[in-house]
Design a protein around this ligand. Structure first.
Ligand code: ATP
Ligand code: MG
Length: 570
């Protein structure tokens, strides 16, 4: 199909992806007057960046074409599911900025209908209760070269099958004793059509239906029917379900469903240096290798939120990578680019000294008479006047970062644009200062830098002859907040941590978390809000850690550095 010529006429307009093209055509042809999509998570873990792609796609298409998108929990596997996951998923979808159509939907609210449809298949000779064990059933299924063999239970009578199904439902059989199977074709080249399982016995309490059921439908017997019940027009899933599509269509063709949805497949998101499998992420949580599902190093939506990534940046990323029918691995740098781009634009600026060394301004008293504090003011953002200003108390004692001072006077101005013994530097938003003396302890560590300020240099050039080497950040040693800073790096060292039969745990980066205590942040950060990121000048983008109350201590997470340093490291 190629109807996107008009859409590419202007270079500013992105060409439509294959799903947009299909939907546009369906609406133009009158195949549908309105579209409905759905996002169908299984509540067996927290959502990750791959799910974000599916969310942006499904909700995005509905928004774009004036339709609706359902949020439906595919809850057919009670042993792995939990209310905690339902709550986290609901919150994550909302946080990403999407609104589902109507009430939240659950596959489990259709269980009674599915049961009646199972009876319908039996009555039309298209399903049977099979007592083969799982092992036996596997042998009967055959392989790619050998056709399967019919189950000895395949030709039972309708009445016998109905009675057996009723017994399954009543709990008369143990788990694994029998299954309900569709009667399709044991010789079909597509394995999914070799009499697939429709129901299995699971004596499990379900988070929604309690103990009402002890038989649960399989994904295949549930998914298309859920779509049909909800009037989903375009059921979009990842490529690995392409082989299931004939079965999806077999059910909707052979059941009295109220509508005929269609399944379309797109390539799932794979990111390098990242694992996007709920099972593997759960293992990291269960083995305490991370601080829960929302550990800021996790590629979960909750983790990225806690780390300081904005919802906008995640949506922008999904937009940037687009939607295709063939899989490829995306460089995690693309996500980091989207995050940095958004934070640069939106994060207010602040100063925080990670490795403080004290600076005493010897001529402070001579220059400043007002209560020992001079209140300086800086814009919250250099290009965003509307974000207002912040006050910086300038006092007799200050902190600068240890790395911003050197006694080595041989370093060129180009090489070291910070404070050198005997030279000048500008303090960001404040005075030009000069380093006079260095105070050391017995071990030779610098404990204090005695400096003097150059009067009238706030916002003004210094007198001729005084050439500051550069601009460094600082905070008042008297008015600041003491904080802990957590620097995160990639969770995995290997580009493909779970490729082939590799154990992804072996690829964990032992340096993915660095905790720095005793950092000094500017006072204005006292009113920092959860989920608001700041650019700590010259250090990166940071936000308050949502797991710590500020009454106890301030903990800031680094969302990302100012520049991509990874490339230099490896
Ligand atoms: P996982 O493999 O992590 O367990 P899943 O596919 O089992 O994921 P579901 O809860 O079934 O997780 O997924 C809900 C929706 O999200 C599905 O439509 C699925 O296709 C989509 N999805 C899951 N992972 C990705 C991914 N990496 N990229 C794009 N879409 C994804
Ligand atoms: Mg799944």
């Amino acid at each position: 199909m190629n109807d996107n010529t008009t859409d590419t006429a202007s270079p500013d307009v992105k060409p439509l992806n294959f799903l947009q093209q299909i939907i546009k055509k369906d609406l133009a042809d009158g195949a549908h007057t309105q579209i409905t999509t759905r996002f169908p998570p299984e509540p067996n873990g927290y959502l990750h960046i791959g799910h974000a792609k599916a969310i942006c796609l499904n909700f995005g298409l509905a928004q774009e074409f004036g339709g609706g998108c359902n949020l439906r929990f595919d809850d057919t596997n009670p042993e792995k599911e939990d209310q905690e996951y339902i709550d986290s998923i609901t919150r994550d979808v909302q946080w990403l900025g999407f609104e589902w159509a109507g009430e939240i939907k659950y596959a489990s609210s259709y269980f009674e209908t599915f049961y009646q449809w199972a009876q319908h298949l039996i009555e039309t000779g298209k399903a049977y209760v099979c007592h083969l064990s799982a092992d036996q059933a596997r042998k009967y299924r055959g392989d790619t070269k050998v056709a399967g063999t019919n189950s000895p239970y395949r030709d039972r009578s309708v009445d016998e099958n109905l009675a057996e199904l009723a017994k399954m439902r009543a709990g008369d059989y143990d788990e694994g004793a029998c299954t309900l199977r569709a009667k399709i074709d044991m010789a079909a080249p597509n394995f999914n059509l070799r009499d697939p399982m429709l129901y299995r016995i699971r004596k499990q309490t379900h988070h929604q239906t309690g103990d009402k059921w002890c038989i649960y439908p399989t994904y295949d017997f549930a998914h298309g029917q859920e779509d049909a019940i909800e009037g989903v027009t375009h059921s979009i899933c990842t490529l690995e379900f392409a082989d299931h599509r004939p079965l999806y269509e077999w059910f909707t063709a052979n059941l009295p469903v109220p509508s005929q949805p269609r399944q379309y497949e797109f390539a799932r998101l794979e990111l390098n240096y990242t694992v996007t499998s709920k099972r593997k992420l759960k293992q990291l949580v269960d083995e305490n290798l991370v601080d829960g599902w929302d550990d800021p190093r996790m590629p979960t939506i909750a983790g990225m939120r806690r780390r300081g990534y904005s919802a906008d940046s995640i949506r922008n990323f999904c937009d940037l990578i687009g939607v295709t029918k063939s899989g490829s691995t995306i460089d995690v740098g693309t996500l980091e680019f989207a995050v940095r781009d958004d934070l640069n634009e939106n994060a207010p600026r602040a100063m925080c000294v990670l490795d403080p060394v004290k600076v005493v301004i010897d001529n402070f008293a001579e220059c400043n008479t007002v209560d020992g504090i001079e209140l300086l003011s800086q814009p919250a953002h250099p290009n965003r006047e509307e974000l207002g200003k912040r006050e910086l108390p300038f006092t007799e004692t200050l902190y600068i970062d240890r790395a911003d001072f050197t006694e080595d006077t041989t370093l060129s101005r180009k090489k070291f644009k910070r404070l050198v013994a005997g030279e000048y530097v500008r303090l960001r938003g404040a005075y030009v200062i000069k380093s006079n003396d260095i105070v050391k302890d017995n071990q030779g560590n610098i404990t204090e830098l005695r400096c003097s300020l150059v009067p009238n240099t706030v916002g003004e050039n210094p007198p001729e002859g005084i050439r500051p080497r550069g601009v460094i950040h600082w905070v008042s040693a008297e008015k600041n907040i003491d904080c802990e800073v957590r620097l995160y790096d990639r969770l995995f060292n290997a580009a493909a941590p779970d490729a082939g039969d590799k154990n992804f745990i072996d690829a964990l980066n032992p340096e993915s978390l660095q905790i720095i205590q005793g950092c000094k942040a500017e006072l204005s950060l006292q009113s920092a809000q959860i989920e608001q990121s700041y650019q700590f000048e010259r250090e990166g983008y940071f936000c308050l850690d949502s797991k710590h109350s500020c009454d106890e201590k301030f903990v800031f997470n680094r969302a990302i550095g100012l520049k991509d340093n990874w490339a230099n490291k490896v």
